[in-house]
Write a protein that binds this ligand. Sequence first.
Ligand code: PGA
Length: 263
Amino acid sequence: MEIIITPDYEQMSKTSARIIAREIKKKHDLVLGLATGDTPVETYQELVKIHKEEGLDFSKVTTFNLDEYIGLAPLHKNSYNLFMWENLFKHINANSENVYVPQGNTDDPEEFSQWYEEQIKKAGGIDLQVLGIGGDGHIAFNEPGSSFASRTRVKALYKQTIEDNARFFEKVEDVPRFAITMGIGTILEARKILLIANGENKADVCAQFIEGPVSSQITASALQLHSYVTVVLDEPAASKLTRTEYYNWVRDNKHLVQKKLGR
Ligand code: PGA
């Protein structure tokens, strides 16, 4: 894993947007996995800016979102589908035919999940998957104990996730108890992964998934099994890492071996 520590949320967002933009410039029909939540909001704003100011072209990009609450219609105010349109898709030249977000109000979530997996396969697999991390260490809605072999499926949300996400709903009881989520196996098949995290409340889980053991109790630790992961953190989220000096040295000196790293 490459760990890039940035001073603050703004720099975390700028750095991650540049990484995504670089991949789109390299491959115009990139298959891009996207995440929701507070963390990527400014990364998406930066991408919109790069689109408007530098003409970054999304017309051939295919996107797959990680997850969606079960029971919420695509235009529900708390749906991740609406979040994506409001925060990114409507501000860029996204082709709606190439935009995939799990459908929360499908009649048959299991069948839908299989269909979603097939669409990812048909698109040629995900080139770059963007991830946040939950307070319980989840990636997508792969809650503690999720199998590292899991595929897109229905997952019951963990208590901490429900509490963390209650801020978007009127009351905690309104938070859906289930979600459709890409599995850890699905995520690990992405060719490249970019995980972003900010804030002191993410410091413990960041230290655990980067420097702790691989464990299904912190599902982000599955990323240790992937060969191309970039983690962009702000300083508060990185504050409990122990090898910070090493990560910073690599960040500042990687140009010496950049070709070898292929980054
Ligand atoms: P957040 O959520 O960006 O709102 O902190 C991240 C997540 O739950 O994956």
